[in-house]
Design a protein around this ligand. Sequence first.
Ligand SMILES: C[S@@+](CC[C@H](N)C(=O)[O-])C[C@H]1O[C@@H](n2cnc3c(N)ncnc32)[C@H](O)[C@@H]1O
Length: 263
Amino acid sequence: MALTPAAGGCGESPASSVPIQSPRPVNTEVEWDGFDPQAYVRHNYADLRSDDRELLRRTRDFFAGAKLADARCVDVGSGANLYPALTLLPFAYTIDLCEWSTSNVRWLRTQVDGYDELWDPYWQVCVEHPAYAALPDPRRRLAQVGRVCRTSVFDLPQHTWDAGTMFFVACSISADRAEAEHAVARFLRALRPGSPFAVAVMLGSAGYRVGPRFFPAVALQRAEVVAGIAAGAYDVTVHEERPRPSLRDGYLSMLLATGRTRG
Ligand SMILES: C[S@@+](CC[C@H](N)C(=O)[O-])C[C@H]1O[C@@H](n2cnc3c(N)ncnc32)[C@H](O)[C@@H]1O
């Protein structure tokens, strides 16, 4: 279902689609519309890897324990990954999937209408928890509550949602450290005070390939990510996933932080 802009507070804003020219591009210098969601999914999510399984399990258990019901939820920078949204599904009145790349927005609309079988193993992990097992038809439910919205993390309205996820976005939307910090702050501030959230980032990322294209990243360190999240949150729990050997190229580990927003 397409999102009505006013309903979730999501509006469009101008952003340039200038090809990458700078060696350390900022977000608006990256050609996000050239992001190939099929290639990204094939490379990252075609098989459920042990590191994603662990993040999914922990996020599932966190939201299941958060006493949420009929919540207005948001997933920011959804790109071509549905599992953060699946963790919100049993508790959601609506889920706004906010994404900036037009190619990813198109892909998300097809997936909200009826997602690919590839995501079934991810849902199988969810249903290991009774709160998720109680939901008989997740595909239908996502089609009912999911709303795709083209908006930038930097333009999110304040105090709009009751719960949220943002996976692999702050680290992977530019090579500018200040933008990573800003993205985390904007995400946390988009949630109402006391809202449960889950944020995942790559630590030490050197950038990533999607098909033939290269996208920039910031080599974040654990301490700075935790400090940025703690500035806008309480009851923060941090888990670091360091599979050896590494399951993906060009990063050191994956960090998951859950907690509640200060507002
Ligand atoms: C590394 S991908 C992560 C995608 C997905 N969340 C995941 O878990 O795999 C980064 C995503 O951020 C999106 N993005 C880039 N700039 C953005 C912005 N200003 N606001 C929101 N999303 C943005 C990209 O289009 C891409 O989908």
